[in-house]
Design a protein. Structure first.
Ligand code: ZN
Length: 436
C-alpha cells in the first residue's frame, strides 16, 4: 500500500503541479493591495503566483492549512545592526552586531536594513562578511561616517563624514545600499545631517537620522522641518531624549506634527534606549502613530526590553493599534520608505516572502527602555516564514506530515521547490576519496 502511495506521489510530481506551495485559509493582510480577508496564497518558482479564495489543494506540491492564522508579506525591519564578525570589541561594526539568520526568520522577518553599522570605508567588508552569506535579504543604510559605527573616536570625527565617497559607494552598490545614516553625534554642528542629506540627494536615497545628543544649537524642530527632505526618516521617535514629546500636553511635540507635514517619516527604532512607555503611550493616545515599526536590534537591545521584532509589534497592539496597522507598518510602509516597492506586499509576481502568525491570547508583559512594564492580552507568534518561496522557519511543523503516517523507513522529507533546508543533491561523479 505504501509502495503504491509512493508511486502515485511520484507520478504527481512528474506532472509538475501548478504551484509549489499553497497557504490555505489564512487571514491575509496585504496593505498595498488593500486586502484583509480570508484568502489562499499560492507560490511558484519563488514568486507569488495567485491570491484568491478557494485555490484547490490538488494544484500544489505542498499545501499548508493556515486556518485561524494571519498570512502577511515577510516583515521588513529597517533598523538593525548586523555587521558582525570583525572581532572589534564594543563596536556596532563588530561585537555589538548580530548575524542575521538566527534572529530574522523566527520573527517572520525576511528583509532588514542595517542602520549605518558600516560606512563607505568598510561597507564592502560588511557585504563580504555578512550580506552575501545570509539568507535574510540584508540591505543597508551607509553611515555618513566613513568608518561606520566603530565607536566615539570615529563617530564624532567630522573629518570622516564626507558626502562624495558616501554617495559614490551607495551608487556602486545600488542593489543593497538603500539609504544614508547619521547617528550618535554629540557635537553642536549641523554638518553630519547636512552631509548625509547631500549624499542622499546625489545617490537619490533617503537619509535616516538618530539625532544623537540633544543640543540646543540644533533643535529637533529645525532638523525635521528644514534640514531633512520629505521621505527622510527620523528614527527613535519615542525615546523622548530629544524633545519629541510636548512638555505640557504629553502629546507629540510641534516638531513631530510639523515634521510630518513636511513629509519626514517617523520610525520607531526601539533599541536599548529609545522607547519609553511614558513617551509612546501619550503620544499615541493623542493620535500620532509611527510611520514604521523597527527594532534597532543589536546584542544589547535583544536581551533587554526590545527583544525582537514581534515583541515591538506587540507593544503597538498593546497601545491599541490594530493587527492590520501593525502589519502594514512592518511590511508595506517600510518597503516604500526604502524605495523597495517590490517587497512588503503579496502582489502576483512579487518575491514570495510570506510570514504566517498566530495571535496568542493570554496575559503578557512588555518592558520599555527604563524597565517599566505595560501589561497586555495579545502576542504574535511566528508560525512560518517563507523567503523567495522557500520555507525557512516552521515553528510547529505545519508544512510537515506526521511521522506515524509516513512509511516506516522514511527518509528526508520536504522538496527543494518549497523547503529551504532541503537542498538538491549536487550531481557529482562517484569518486573514491583517497586516504591522506
Ligand atoms: Zn541603531
Amino acid at each position: 500500500m505504501h509502495f503504491l502511495t509512493i508511486l502515485l506521489a511520484g507520478s504527481a510530481l512528474a506532472q509538475d503541479p501548478q504551484y509549489d506551495l499553497l497557504l490555505k485559509g489564512g487571514h491575509v493582510i496585504d496593505a498595498k493591495n488593500h486586502l484583509s480577508a480570508v484568502r489562499d496564497v499560492a507560490i511558484k518558482d519563488g514568486k507569488i503566483a495567485a491570491v484568491a479564495a478557494n485555490i484547490p489543494a490538488t494544484t500544489a506540491l505542498r499545501t499548508v492549512n493556515a486556518t485561524g492564522l494571519y498570512v502577511t508579506p515577510g516583515l521588513i525591519d529597517i533598523h538593525v545592526h548586523f555587521y558582525a564578525g570583525t572581532g572589534e570589541r564594543g563596536s556596532y561594526a563588530g561585537d555589538l552586531s548580530l548575524y542575521p539568520d538566527g534572529h530574522t526568520f523566527r520573527n517572520g522577518v525576511t528583509t532588514v536594513a542595517d542602520a549605518g553599522s558600516s560606512g563607505w570605508r568598510n561597507f564592502e567588508d560588511f557585504e563580504d562578511r555578512v550580506i552575501k552569506r545570509s539568507r535574510t535579504r540584508v540591505l543597508a543604510f551607509l553611515n555618513i561616517v566613513g568608518n561606520g559605527m566603530r565607536g566615539g573616536r570615529y563617530e564624532q570625527n567630522l573629518e570622516d563624514m564626507e558626502a562624495k565617497p558616501t554617495a559614490e559607494m551607495a551608487l556602486k552598490h545600488k542593489d543593497v545600499i538603500i539609504g544614508v545614516k547619521s547617528a550618535h553625534f554629540n557635537g553642536p554642528e549641523w554638518a553630519p545631517y547636512e552631509r548625509a542629506v547631500e549624499a542622499g540627494t546625489t545617490a537619490n536615497i533617503p537619509v535616516m537620522v538618530d539625532f544623537g545628543s540633544n543640543r540646543p544649537e540644533r533643535p529637533l524642530y529645525d532638523l525635521v522641518t528644514k534640514v531633512l527632505r520629505p521621505g527622510d526618516i527620523y528614527t527613535h521617535c519615542f525615546s523622548g531624549l530629544r524633545k519629541e514629546q510636548d512638555e505640557t500636553t504629553g502629546g507629540p511635540a510641534k516638531a513631530l506634527i510639523d515634521g510630518r507635514k513636511h513629509g519626514v517619516i517617523f520610525d520607531v527604532g526601539h533599541g536599548g534606549g529609545s522607547f519609553a512607555w511614558r513617551v509612546a503611550a501619550p503620544i499615541m493616545k493623542a493620535g500620532f502613530v509611527p510611520d514604521s515599526i523597527s527594532t534597532d536590534l543589536h546584542v544589547g537591545s535583544m536581551n533587554n526590553g526590545m527583544k525582537d521584532m514581534l515583541n515591538v509589534m506587540d507593544k503597538f497592539l498593546a497601545m491599541g493599534m490594530s493587527v492590520d496597522d501593525v502589519i502594514a507598518k512592518s511590511t508595506w510602509a517600510p518597503a516604500r520608505e526604502i524605495k523597495r516597492e517590490e517587497l512588503g506586499n503579496l502582489s502576483v509576481g512579487a518575491p514570495a516572502d510570506v510570514s504566517v502568525f498566530k495571535l496568542d491570547k493570554g496575559s503578557f508583559g512588555f518592558v520599555d527602555m527604563h524597565g517599566a512594564r505595560m501589561d497586555s492580552t495579545h502576542k504574535l507568534i511566528c508560525e512560518l516564514t517563507v523567503r523567495d518561496g522557500k520555507v525557512l522557519w516552521d515553528l510547529n511543523g505545519i508544512t510537515r506530515d506526521r511521522w506515524d503516517k509516513l512509511p516506516a523507513n522514511y527518509g528526508p522529507q520536504g522538496d527543494p521547490k518549497w523547503d529551504g533546508y532541503r537542498r538538491v543533491a549536487p550531481q557529482r561523479p562517484a569518486v573514491k576519496k583517497e586516504n591522506k
